[in-house]
Design a protein around this ligand. Sequence first.
Ligand code: HEC
Ligand code: HEC
Ligand code: HEC
Ligand code: HEC
Ligand code: HEC
Length: 294
Amino acid sequence: MKRHYIISIFTTLVLILFLSSCSDLKKDLPTEESDELQIHVQGWTDTTSANFHGKAIQNNNWDMHVCQSCHGADYTGGISGKSCNICHTAPGGPQNCATCHGMPPAPALDGSTSYTAHGVGAHQIHFIGNGTYSSHSMLCDACHHMPTSIYDPAHISADGRAEVILNDPLANLTSSGITPTPTYDPSSMTCTNTFCHGAWRLPKVGSPDTTMFTTSIMTGASYAPRWNGGPVEKSCGSTTTCHTLPPNGHKPSALTICYTCHGDVMDASGNIKNKAKHINGKIDLAGGVVLNFR
Ligand code: HEC
Ligand code: HEC
Ligand code: HEC
Ligand code: HEC
Ligand code: HEC
């Protein structure tokens, strides 16, 4: 009790000396009439309370420098003697990436776990690329600048929404004179003009088998998927998704026949058998024949 009292007086002085400009903390200062000096407001460690420290940090745009001034730069206690890391046990303590968002983000920053939330969206599908998905997995930096630490200047911005930067070479792949300019619109949550979702063209000129062309060019559908639209956005071969089966300008073929020419990608049931060869910027046929877009 005595030690607590001394620490509290000490840290109160520190607070006044170092943090007098921080209005957030002033309300936490002990009041004259309290019988016990208290640094933090009630409910500070109660996840259900409006005063919970996680919420306070969020309201301060996720800035934890103020906490570090008492709890130590490495969060192991500092002058407060109370370590954050007894609860935040992952490497880096509270600065561990998974403190605030899942990797990939589910749950999202606001706790959402449904794909309808912008923070969850189609992360799992892009990142994991498992069984039912037709694509291989992508790394985070295909769509974001990856911060090396929480205080990377390009990390947390004032709007609280993630920055989507579509610099990935595959999304930007040029074909037959068109260079996609991939864009994400956070208000409609749609992604437009990516090679991956069908912004490509393949001319008859230069083809090893011009008989497969019904026009001078095959075209993808340049579809604009909605990030939080869910499974419907990846349905195969409708006129609205990345390409029809087969694509426009391609000689008609039954789905169970595609494998006779595209055997490295598809099986005899019409399923993608090798995801690494689908949406990879190449034209994969059978027997290891790989062509470039032109
Ligand atoms: C002025 C110094 C000071 C600042 C700034 C400060 N703390 Fe503390 N904190 C303490 C002291 C001293 C204790 C131990 C006494 C207490 O619980 O009131 C403590 C206790 C805690 C506890 C409870 C630990 C436990 O095991 O019960 C948590 C959680 C905590 N602080 C989080 C934070 C967070 C998060 C911030 C930044 C938003 C922060 N603190 C800022 C001094 C400070
Ligand atoms: C007594 C245990 C305990 C201590 C000590 C503690 N925390 Fe926490 N903290 C939690 C719990 C529990 C959560 C909620 C985790 C969750 O919602 O999954 C949390 C949440 C957070 C969050 C918010 C995560 C989010 O996404 O909302 C931040 C940031 C955070 N703590 C930082 C700190 C800092 C900085 C310190 C030390 C100054 C600290 N914590 C000390 C238990 C603790
Ligand atoms: C295919 C593109 C894509 C990939 C790959 C991707 N993201 Fe995202 N990410 C987005 C989009 C789109 C949003 C939603 C932005 C918005 O509208 O707020 C987002 C949002 C986020 C958010 C904010 C979450 C929230 O709650 O608001 C975080 C954090 C994030 N991404 C981290 C990651 C990490 C970590 C990875 C890798 C594991 C990753 N992203 C991979 C496109 C992507
Ligand atoms: C204290 C909370 C917190 C921690 C810890 C944290 N982030 Fe974030 N992160 C956020 C918030 C908030 C956003 C939303 C972006 C915004 O506001 O611009 C975000 C966004 C992101 C994004 C989306 C792109 C962007 O910058 O907008 C990525 C990727 C990301 N974080 C990766 C990481 C990685 C990797 C780590 C660990 C090195 C990490 N985060 C640690 C809070 C955190
Ligand atoms: C008889 C052989 C044959 C059959 C059967 C066939 N294709 Fe093709 N496909 C080709 C050839 C040849 C090209 C053009 C290659 C070039 O010009 O570089 C092509 C091009 C494509 C392209 C565009 C290039 C790429 O790889 O993205 C797609 C997509 C495609 N085919 C899908 C299908 C689908 C789906 C089926 C079944 C519904 C199918 N094909 C059936 C031979 C065939």
